[in-house]
Design a protein around this ligand. Structure first.
Ligand code: BTN
Length: 258
């Protein structure tokens, strides 16, 4: 159930019953001059969006929210923020799930619970070509708590906290939002003070398939290689047989389960 929540400063919370997409709403608010760290939280979405033009099934009982970020970040650091977010989501899922639960991150910013996708992140921005920074960024996060969509052809297998046997407080949507936004604020401070290094290390410590074979699906091709590293811009470094490394900056990564 959704109870009223006090988020720490500088967050400002906008709570909604239903909206097309919290990312779309945060963008509309951005255009109307809403301040940095405005959080748009909805019980359900009627047109939830996923990465690469996909839809995000958004029934009651899961967490759907977006954070408006207005700091004048240089554009090349945009992707770094999605790793700050993925770490916060993974931490929050670990807190909500049982202690022994197996939480992973999958490039670029999916969070896996017991090897299946439990959360997704969609980062969108409005570039300002004059300054080379973003006018604003919208960081959208969806966490499957009570339910998850059916397995779809070509998609990564989904799960939810409930489907993994989590009970009680672990299924509290409000608590998840509270934990997650606090972790994100802490990650943001680390990133600002110390740069991407500690964020990348934290992410890599939980990265699924590091050092092993992965398949990357791109719009027009499929590439197989070894997941070697994450570079300083957040690109996946793919080692290929007898060829130079390839930097992957978009696409879907599939990791064979052992
Ligand atoms: C993905 O893995 O494809 C990203 C999914 C992002 C879903 C969240 S739910 C809240 C926010 N509003 C949206 O329309 N999408 C994001």
């Amino acid at each position: 159930s959704q109870t009223s929540l006090q988020l720490p400063s500088p967050y400002r919370l906008v709570e909604l019953e239903s909206i097309d997409s919290t990312n779309a709403e945060a963008k509309r608010l951005a255009e109307q001059g809403a301040p940095d760290c405005t959080v748009v939280w909805a019980k359900r979405q009627t047109a939830g969006r996923g990465r690469r033009g996909r839809t995000w099934v958004s029934e009651d009982g899961n967490l759907y929210f977006s954070i408006l970020l207005r700091m004048p970040y240089p554009m090349e650091v945009m992707s770094q923020l999605s790793f700050v977010a993925a770490n916060a989501v993974a931490d929050a899922v670990q807190v909500a799930a049982t202690r022994g639960a197996f939480v992973n991150v999958k490039w670029p910013n999916d969070v896996l619970l017991e090897g299946q996708k439990v959360a997704g992140i969609l980062l969108e921005g409005e570039p300002d070509l004059k300054t080379g920074a973003f006018k604003w960024l919208v960081l959208g996060i969806g966490v499957n708590i009570a339910s998850h969509p059916a397995l779809e052809e070509g998609a990564y297998p989904p799960t939810s906290l409930a489907a993994q046997g989590v009970e009680g407080e672990g299924l509290d949507v409000t608590l998840m939002l509270d934990t997650l936004t606090k972790r994100f604020l802490a990650g943001l401070a680390t990133w600002r003070n110390l740069g991407f290094g500690p964020i990348r290390r934290h992410w890599l410590a939980r990265a699924k398939g590091l050092g092993g074979p992965v398949t990357v699906r791109l719009p027009n091709e499929q590439v197989q290689g070894v997941f070697g590293a994450l570079d300083e811009k957040g690109a996946l470094v793919l080692h290929l047989d007898g060829q130079p490394n390839r930097l992957i900056t978009a696409g879907d990564v599939f990791i064979p389960s052992i």
